[in-house]
Design a protein. Structure first.
Length: 263
């Protein structure tokens, strides 16, 4: 069956499921990146601002610009950052509305696999970052079992359900990201794996929270018997502890590089 593309429009729904995961991975990412303070940042594909605000909280930036194609997500981001220095604008990751050498650092948090053309996306990151500046990203390992909703995704596919898929899922693999960075001409390229865990009060909390994700629409459109089948088959993938809590791990790949200095 044809797989659908993923669309994010609801900032509140995104926060309930993926926003929390994003911050967990984002904390590890920034610990590893250890950027200096007072940089001018662009957060590409900022969504509802969860990682953008992490940059503000953690990095003492001089400026942060968040850009995203979803007006709904940006509305949530602006509301959450009323007292923040972060600014948000509507735009396309493959055609950034900023001048050359405008920033000291560019990031993509859980975004690069959504780009139809990652090569063009990385070229735009490099264009807007000054020579010597940082170009970095992290992405769920979509093909290696690292996606936070893999327990549900596996069972949806198991019954033949049509599920949304990023257009460039393969770029999330660490070797693919490294090749992309190197072929784009970036220097000082480094990679690392990020592993994070999240605990739910029980399977029902996981299930209900997952319904706020892009897969929620898939589940909502299924016959009730199929919903119960998927739910029954997903539960053993998330064993509970003695108090009924469910803790499981997601995995992302991270990369950084530097824009070459002008000779």
């Amino acid at each position: 069956m044809t797989e659908q593309q993923i669309r994010f429009e609801d900032g509140v729904a995104y926060e309930q499921m993926m926003g929390i995961w994003s911050r967990l991975a984002g904390d590890v990412f920034l610990d590893w990146l250890a950027p200096p303070q007072d940089l001018r940042w662009i957060d590409i594909g900022c969504g509802n601002g969860c990682f953008t605000e992490l940059l503000v909280e953690r990095c003492a930036p001089a400026e942060v610009q968040g850009i995203d194609p979803s007006a709904g997500q940006l509305a949530f981001a602006r509301e959450r950052s009323e007292k923040s220095i972060a600014a948000y604008c509507l735009g396309d990751a493959e055609a950034l509305p900023f001048s050359d050498d405008r920033f000291d650092a560019a990031t993509m948090a859980l975004v690069i696999f959504f780009l139809p053309n990652p090569v063009k996306g990385i070229a735009e990151m490099i264009r807007v970052v000054r020579p010597g500046g940082i170009v970095a990203a992290y992405a769920w390992d979509m093909l290696g079992g690292g996606f936070p909703l893999d327990p549900l995704l596996i069972e949806l596919r198991g019954i033949g359900a049509t599920v949304p898929v990023p257009p460039s899922a393969a770029i999330s693999q660490i070797d693919a990201m490294k090749n992309l960075w190197i072929e784009a001409g970036l220097g000082a390229v480094a990679t690392r794996e990020i592993r994070v865990q999240r605990t739910f009060t029980g399977f029902d909390e996981f299930w209900n929270t997952a319904q706020s994700s892009s897969f929620g629409k898939v589940v909502a459109a299924m016959p009730p018997d199929d919903v119960e089948l998927v739910k029954t088959r997903t539960r053993p993938r998330l064993p509970a502890d003695g108090e009924g809590r469910v803790t499981y791990e997601a995995r992302a790949n991270a990369i950084t590089g530097r824009v070459p200095q002008v000779q």
